[in-house]
Design a protein around this ligand. Structure first.
Ligand code: MTE
Ligand code: MO
Length: 306
C-alpha cells in the first residue's frame, strides 16, 4: 500500500479498503464506528495526487497533537489511552438543527471517499496521506445553517485524564484546541471530515474518531478529535493565533511568499526526510491546490491575511 498512486485506486481496491476499514474498526473495538461504517458506500475521489504517498508508519508516528505532548513521538506513545467510544458532537450557534449528535448519526448518511491529500505543517515538513472521509460541507448542510452563519468553529475534546498534554504546563497553547473556517471555505469540496487513513480507521494520534483536513492550509487548521461544531456570525478564535498572533494567522493558507517570523516557508521537507537526505521540495501556493481554491481569496491581501 506504500506507493499507491491514483491510478491504483480501482473500484476493487476501494472495496478492499472499505473491508479493511471495517475490519480495523472491529479489531480496535470501536464497535459503534464499525456499525456506523458498515452501510456506507465508498467512492473514489477525483483529485489526482502528483506525489507519492507517505509510508503509513511515518504518518502515524510523526504527529502534532499537543493534547498528548509537544514532541512528535508523544502522540503515538500516549494516544492509545484516549477513549473514542462513546463519542458525540455538539452542534450549536446559527443553525436550525442544533443538538448533540452521536458519532453513528454523524456518519450515517455519508458516502466515504478516499482522498490523497498533501499535509503541509507550518514547521515546514509535509506528507501525502490517503484520507478516508466525506466533505465537511455535506455535514454542515444537515444542520441547516441560518442566513447569519458566516464562520464555523470547531473544538477538540478536553479530557485531561486521558490527555497528558492537557495536564502539562509546558505546551505553549491553551486547551481545548479550537479552530475555525470562513463558511465558504468550509463548503469548499476539498475540505474533508476524515474518519480513516490508509484504508483503516484513524489512529488516535491522527485525530480519531473524526477530524478536519483542509489541504490548502497549514496543518494546524486540520483540528483533531472534534467534539463541538458551532456556526457563528463572527470570526472565531483559533488556538495558534491566540498563542502567537504574529506567527499564525486565521487564514493560514500555505504561502511560500510569506515567511514564518522564525523560518522560511519557501520549501518543505517531504517525509521521509533524514539528516543526509532532507528530501526538500519547493512549497507551492495553497499547497498546490491554487487552481481549486484561489478564487476564495480573490481581492484579499494574503500578506495581511496570513
Ligand atoms: N486538537 C489538535 N488538533 C491538531 C493539532 C493539535 O495539536 N491538537 N496539531 C495540528 C497540526 S500543527 C498539524 S501539522 C496536524 C498534524 O496532523 P497529523 O498528526 O495527522 O499528521 O494536526 C493539527 N491538528
Ligand atoms: Mo502543524
Amino acid at each position: 500500500m506504500r506507493d499507491l498512486s491514483w491510478s491504483d485506486v480501482t473500484p476493487e481496491t476501494v472495496y478492499l479498503r472499505r473491508r479493511q476499514l471495517l475490519a480495523g474498526a472491529a479489531a480496535m473495538s470501536v464497535a459503534p464506528l464499525a456499525a456506523a461504517l458498515a452501510p456506507l458506500e465508498f467512492r473514489a475521489d477525483r483529485t489526482p495526487p502528483v506525489d507519492e504517498v507517505t509510508p503509513e508508519p511515518i504518518a502515524s508516528s510523526y504527529n502534532n497533537f499537543y493534547e498528548f505532548g509537544t514532541d512528535k513521538a508523544a502522540p503515538k506513545k500516549h494516544a492509545a489511552q484516549l477513549t473514542t467510544d462513546p463519542w458525540s458532537v455538539e452542534v450549536s450557534g446559527e443553525v436550525a438543527k442544533p443538538g448533540r449528535y452521536d458519532l453513528a448519526d454523524i456518519l450515517k448518511p455519508h458516502v466515504l471517499e478516499e482522498r490523497i491529500y498533501r499535509l503541509r505543517c507550518v514547521e515546514a515538513w509535509s506528507m501525502v496521506i490517503p484520507w478516508i472521509g466525506f466533505p465537511l460541507g455535506d455535514l454542515l448542510r444537515r444542520f441547516e445553517p441560518t442566513a447569519d452563519a458566516r464562520y464555523v468553529a470547531f473544538t477538540t475534546l478536553y479530557r485531561p485524564s486521558e490527555m497528558p498534554g492537557q495536564r502539562s504546563l509546558w505546551s505553549g497553547i491553551e486547551f481545548p484546541y479550537v479552530e475555525g473556517l470562513r463558511l465558504d471555505e468550509a463548503y469548499h469540496p476539498l475540505a474533508l471530515i476524515a474518519v480513516g487513513m490508509y484504508g483503516k480507521v484513524l489512529p488516535n494520534q491522527n485525530g480519531a474518531p473524526l477530524r478536519l483536513v483542509v489541504p490548502w492550509k497549514y496543518g494546524f487548521k486540520s483540528i483533531k478529535s472534534i467534539v463541538k461544531v458551532r456556526l457563528t456570525k463572527r470570526q472565531p478564535r483559533t488556538t495558534w493565533n491566540e498563542s502567537a498572533p504574529r506567527e499564525y494567522g486565521f487564514y493560514a493558507n500555505v504561502n511560500p511568499d510569506v515567511d514564518h517570523p522564525r523560518w522560511s516557508q519557501k520549501s518543505e521537507r517531504r517525509l521521509p526526510s533524514s539528516l543526509f537526505d532532507q528530501n526538500r521540495i519547493p512549497t507551492l501556493p495553497f499547497n498546490g491546490y491554487g487552481d481549486e481554491v484561489a478564487r476564495l481569496y480573490a481581492g484579499m491581501d494574503l500578506r495581511k491575511y496570513y
